[in-house]
Design a protein around this ligand. Structure first.
Ligand SMILES: Nc1ncnc2c1ncn2[C@@H]1O[C@H](COP(=O)(O)OP(=O)(O)OP(=O)(O)O)[C@@H](O)[C@H]1O
Ligand SMILES: [Mg+2]
Length: 618
């Protein structure tokens, strides 16, 4: 069903060809959002080319100046022209390095903006991927892919546009000037050196890239372990597993270090080899130029100019090697990012999807069968319909598929067989956004954002006023609790809401759903963590909230759904029985036996529940 395997992305990225990734990266510069930077982009380009031209001509000025000194024309004639050339040399040299600095000062905002656009794109895309994707992925790892990928994009944009490109231009210019002014052998020596250097660099870098990928994997795993353990601290503590977790962390860190050492060693080998090639090239040219001066075919100033020009070539070459390494390594990150962006959600809006139009809130399941990925069994031929405004109870043993039914209603998954209709509209034919806006859910497990109570309550309705929030909170029996807090709605709830009790969290979930005011209300064990008094109060608030809207309520505690219009008894993915409470009791089947067991066996609740049970039964 899902069109991706979760590990595929992390392990190798969906290796898009290098050129394609670079093309996509540069395409960002031409996005409409980037239009406002056009002038800066053009100016940066001009400054870059200008700086390279000046860098190549500066040594020629110096050489010419020295030639005037050594030509034997006497101080009166040689002095002023020497000074003139030296001024030219200094100006060209200074400008060649100042212009890129000026460029960087106004261009950083452009690359930062490009980085933001890519990161937000990827973030948005990842959020829209289906539930299956998120269930099988470590969120820390996902965050790393986006973060590293976006940084690599910014980095590569800058390098290709301002280092690699211009450096190649500079090499070509320098070779032409060398050949034209001093002889072909000098540019030949320069070109051969550069070629050997480049081939060596690329080969070694390819080898190192493999190491880098392995390193990234280990790095991702290490971070995954750390994040997972720290996020699950309650579980860790309650199983006294601190030492076990530390040992796991230690193992992963050792593995990380082992890969890191390898990477650093191969880096040293690369740098050493590059130095050797450069020095060899410089040596050859120095010998050639020295012979020229001895033979009288060139002047002393020419030798200086050539050596200086080589030093200039030497410098960008150094950057070339480094930048090439960065490019190749950044590509690994970018491949992953684009791999992520290319992932298609298993659940997608149809091309002709329309916004869902709520009417009465009628829900129909027609022969729906569905199994979770990697499971053999699941829902089997589930058929039921809930007229608009009705109250449907769903009961059954743990693992029967109750929550799965609700998830299908939200279209978190697409069933391979059957249809789900709300108000006559197939959930696959409407946009997911509009569908989910019409549904209000109190989930089995209320998970909160690490923010204030206000933020969490208003999540259902971000523009709600404090008054609305408190009204909803009061009907969820949360009013007194919030008022008792020194910081009230501004109280932070801790990561995943762990600073609240299970019941408080659950009531936040209820208040949220009440605040949302949706046409269809879905309650998955909405009150299971509450004591019986609070539960009764929250139940009556929910009953109030359910009035006039279709409600599907899953419950273990049968008393909470005994008043339902229809109760579906689910077992092993199949609806075994259906009917009202009275019909099911009279039938004497699965429901009746569950009811008897709960009313009698649950000593805590029996006294509290018996009257309710009788009320409903009567
Ligand atoms: N994402 C998933 N991937 C694989 N299997 C899943 C997934 N979610 C649920 N299942 C399996 O599907 C079956 C039905 O799960 P479901 O959550 O619908 O049960 P339930 O009736 O709500 O149970 P409970 O009363 O314990 O909440 C279970 O066997 C469960 O292990
Ligand atoms: Mg469930």
């Amino acid at each position: 069903m899902a069109q991706h395997s979760p590990d595929e992305l992390e392990n190798k990225g969906q290796a898009a060809p290098f050129g394609q990734s670079v093309g996509r990266m540069f395409a960002v510069l031409f996005r409409p959002e980037m239009k406002r930077w056009r002038f800066r982009i053009a100016l940066a380009f001009l400054l870059t080319v200008g700086a390279k031209g000046l860098a190549v001509t500066a040594p020629v000025f110096l050489g010419e100046g020295i030639n005037r000194l050594t030509a034997g024309e006497g101080a009166a004639a040689a002095g002023p022209s020497f000074v003139a050339f030296i001024v030219l040399f200094a100006t060209a040299r200074f400008s060649a390095s100042a212009l890129p600095a000026i460029r960087d000062s106004f261009f950083t905002v452009v690359t930062q903006d490009a980085q933001r656009i890519i990161a937000v794109d990827a973030f948005r895309h990842a959020q829209h991927l289906d539930l299956q994707f998120h269930l099988t992925r470590r969120s820390g790892a996902l965050n790393r892919i986006i973060e590293r990928g976006a940084i690599a994009v910014e980095y590569l944009l800058r390098f290709l546009a301002f280092n690699i490109g211009p450096t190649i231009v500079e090499l070509i210019l320098a070779s032409i000037v060398l050949a034209a002014l001093y002889g072909l052998q000098f540019s030949a020596a320069a070109i051969v050196t550069v070629a050997v250097y480049a081939v060596f660099t690329i080969l070694v870098t390819e080898w190192r890239n493999k190491q880098r990928r392995a390193f990234n994997e280990v790095d991702t795993r290490l971070r995954g372990i750390a994040l997972d353990t720290l996020a699950n601290f309650e579980t860790v503590k309650s199983f006294a597993a601190e030492d076990r977790e530390s040992a796991r962390y230690d193992d992963a860190t050792r593995e990380y270090n082992r890969h890191y050492v390898k990477i650093m060693q191969s880096l040293a080998a690369l740098n050493g080899g590059q130095e050797l090639i450069m020095t060899g090239g410089l040596f050859a040219v120095a010998v050639l130029a020295g012979y020229g001066a001895l033979n009288g075919t060139m002047q002393v100033g020419d030798v200086t100019a050539i050596i200086l020009m080589l030093a200039n070539i030497y410098r960008p070459l150094n950057i070339l090697g480094w930048a090439w390494r960065e490019i190749k390594q950044g590509t690994v990150d970018i491949e992953k990012l684009f791999g992520l962006m290319d992932m298609r959600s298993g659940v997608r809006d149809a091309s002709d999807a329309r916004p869902f139009e709520p009417k009465t809130g009628e829900i129909r399941f027609e022969e729906v069968s569905f199994a979770h990925e990697g499971r053999d069994s699941g829902l089997n031929d589930v058929t039921f319909s809930a007229p608009g405004g009705s109250f449907i109870g769903v009961v059954g043993p743990s693992g029967a598929g109750k929550s799965t039914i609700l998830k299908l209603l939200f279209r978190f998954y697409d069933p391979p067989k059957g249809r789900i209709l709300i108000d006559g509209q197939d959930v696959r034919q409407v946009t997911q956004n509009s569908l989910r806006c019409a549904l209000g859910l109190v989930p089995q497990e209320v998970v909160l954002f690490n923010d204030t109570l206000r933020f969490n309550l208003a999540y259902a309705q971000p523009d709600a006023s404090d008054e609305d929030i408190m009204t909803a909170a009061r009907s969820a029996q949360l009013g007194a609790f919030i008022e008792s807090l020194p910081k009230g709605l501004d109280t932070k709830v801790g990561e995943r809401g762990l600073k609240l009790s299970g019941g408080e969290k659950q009531r936040v979930g209820v208040a949220r759903a009440i605040l949302r005011n949706p046409p269809i209300l879905i309650l998955d064990e909405a009150t299971s963590s509450l004591d019986s008094t609070t539960e009764e109060e929250v139940q009556s608030a929910l009953k109030e909230a359910a009035r006039g809207r279709t409600t599907i309520a899953v419950a273990h505690r049968l008393s909470t759904i005994a008043g339902a219009d229809v109760i579906l008894v689910l077992d092993d993915g199949v609806i075994r029985e259906r009917g009202t409470h009275e019909e099911l009791i009279a039938k004497g089947g699965l429901y009746a036996s569950l009811w008897r067991r709960q009313a009698g066996g649950d000593t805590d609740k029996s006294t509290a529940e018996a009257p309710v049970a009788q009320q409903v039964a009567e």
